[in-house]
Write a protein that binds this ligand. Structure first.
Ligand code: SF4
Length: 189
């Protein structure tokens, strides 16, 4: 009766089912915290009452990778730790996501040494880079919300063979540093 032609390719039922699945996925992200340094403290603060990550349905930190779908790499990664991180990622459930939190995880930060990995994206598919040293909890929440928006839009990028590609989204700092409240004088009495 011509009705089929005006329906989306997948059909009404499948499309709506997809929406419900995506809504459930984005509302129940289970992060796997891999905190190795000071960024981890901000990660902990994000889950505490002041910032309350539970408002975004992402507060259920799992310490078993098989129960987690969002890896939050907070802090620097040493060359010795890298195989552990890769194994944790490999054991996580699909579809899975990766946030690189802070300068050290994304670039090695100030630790420009042979022992520190100069950016985990050389070894893992990073979806969102959260800037800062350390990033504030609001910034991390922004990173998690970015992934939630992508899940909502069913916008998981795949290569021609069907494998998922990393999102590669770098957030911009969303605040202006304030002036020092007092002039700083060093060595003057
Ligand atoms: S980015 Fe800064 S706060 Fe985060 S782990 Fe590195 S030195 Fe620490």
């Amino acid at each position: 009766m011509g009705l089929e032609a005006s329906l989306p390719v997948d059909g009404v039922l499948t499309t709506n089912l997809n929406r419900v699945v995506n809504w459930a996925r984005r509302s129940s992200i289970w992060p796997m915290p891999f905190a190795t340094a000071c960024c981890g403290i901000e990660l902990m603060a994000t889950a505490c009452s002041r910032f309350d990550l539970a408002r975004f349905g992402a507060e259920v930190m799992r310490f078993s990778p098989r129960q987690a779908d969002l890896l939050i790499m907070a802090g620097r990664v040493s060359v010795k730790t890298l195989p552990v991180l890769q194994r944790v990622y490999a054991q996580m459930a699909e579809p899975k996501w990766v946030i690189s939190m802070g300068a050290c995880a994304s670039t090695g930060g100030v630790f420009d040494t042979y022992a520190v990995v100069q950016g985990i994206d050389q070894y893992l598919p990073v979806d969102v880079y959260v800037p800062g040293c350390p990033p504030r909890p609001e910034m991390l929440i922004e990173g998690i919300m970015t992934i939630q928006r992508i899940i909502d839009e069913d916008n998981i990028p795949r290569d021609p063979s069907g494998l998922r590609r990393p999102l590669n989204i770098a957030l911009s700092p969303n605040y202006q540093p304030r002036d020092q409240p007092l002039p700083v004088t060093i060595g003057v009495t």
